[in-house]
Design a protein around this ligand. Structure first.
Ligand code: AMP
Length: 277
């Protein structure tokens, strides 16, 4: 496993890879969700590059950039046994040279949901991912359904900017009790960790309602709200039942829909989603 930091070293490592290359971009503090993306890349590509970079430009002023969990040695020890070819750990100075002023922005898709709650977040995400694509030149890039809007936005960007690669979206990996794996789960205390299953419970209740024939999106949103409000440690930020492609809120569920939510457990903000139809 080649571990590189500088851009010239990354370029040299990339040139040594022949055949199809898969990219798995991460912010580190790896868990089984990240590793499932790595495994899918390895199953579909000849070589896999994992990037570890806590991207400052996707964090808002009041968010958890300085506290975001980091443990490079642990991350590398999880990647080594998988047989990853290259791990790139660029510094902020490499990604954002002094005087930096170039941004990639996707429009309408970034306006609702996470984009509405986290102004500037997706501008940071699309900018850094475009730079990772440029530097690593992958044939396929792997993202998690856990961050459904992010996956949709990156897919849009890749098409719009003619990146010659395929964006692959992998299923959400969950703990045994349904909690979606996330580096941020580390912040939860014992009581919050128990209460955090409320996201999965709310999504499951809404899905049950849908599978029972309900198509009124407001009733589906109300069900998720009801379950979340019954959990005293949870503070709902939003629930959504939106069109899968446009992410616009629905009145009536027809075709594919995205159920999604953001919920605070204490100071920790968690997101999760299910796809309907
Ligand atoms: P992050 O390190 O949180 O930026 O995540 C890196 C990639 O892993 C993103 O494409 C995420 O969507 C994906 N990911 C994070 N958590 C999960 C999960 N529980 N299941 C599947 N993919 C995930």
């Amino acid at each position: 496993m080649q571990i590189v930091t500088s851009l010239p070293d990354l370029r040299t490592a990339r040139l040594s890879l022949t055949g199809r290359v898969g990219l798995v971009p991460t912010m580190g503090y790896l868990h089984e969700g990240h590793l499932s993306l790595v495994r899918q890349s390895q199953a579909e590509c000849d070589h896999t590059i994992v990037t570890i970079f806590v991207n400052p430009t996707q964090f808002g002023a009041n968010e958890d950039l300085s506290k975001y969990p980091r443990d490079l040695e642990r991350d590398l020890s999880l990647l080594r046994p998988l047989g990853v070819d290259v791990v790139w750990t660029p510094s902020p100075e490499i990604m954002y040279p002094p005087g930096y002023q170039t941004w990639v922005e996707v429009e309408a898709l970034t306006h609702p949901l996470e984009g509405a709650m986290r102004p500037g977040h997706f501008r940071g995400v699309t900018t850094v991912v475009a730079k990772l694509f440029n530097a690593t030149q992958p044939h396929k890039a792997y993202f998690g359904q856990k961050d459904a809007q992010q996956a949709a936005v990156i897919r849009r960007m890749a098409v719009d900017l003619n990146f010659p690669l395929e964006v692959v979206v992998c299923p959400t990996t969950r703990e045994a009790d349904g909690l979606a794996m996330s580096s941020r789960n580390k912040y939860l205390n014992e009581a919050e960790r128990k209460a955090a299953t409320v996201l999965f419970r709310a999504l499951s209740a809404a899905k049950d309602l849908y599978e029972g024939g309900e198509r009124d999106a407001e009733k589906i949103r109300a069900k998720m709200t009801e379950v979340l409000e019954a959990e005293p440690l949870a503070q709902m930020q939003y629930v959504s039942c939106a069109d899968y492609d446009t992410l616009e809120e629905l009145d009536v569920v027809k075709g594919k829909a995205l159920l999604s939510m953001a919920v605070f457990l204490g100071k920790t903000r968690l997101i999760d989603n299910f796809v309907l139809g």
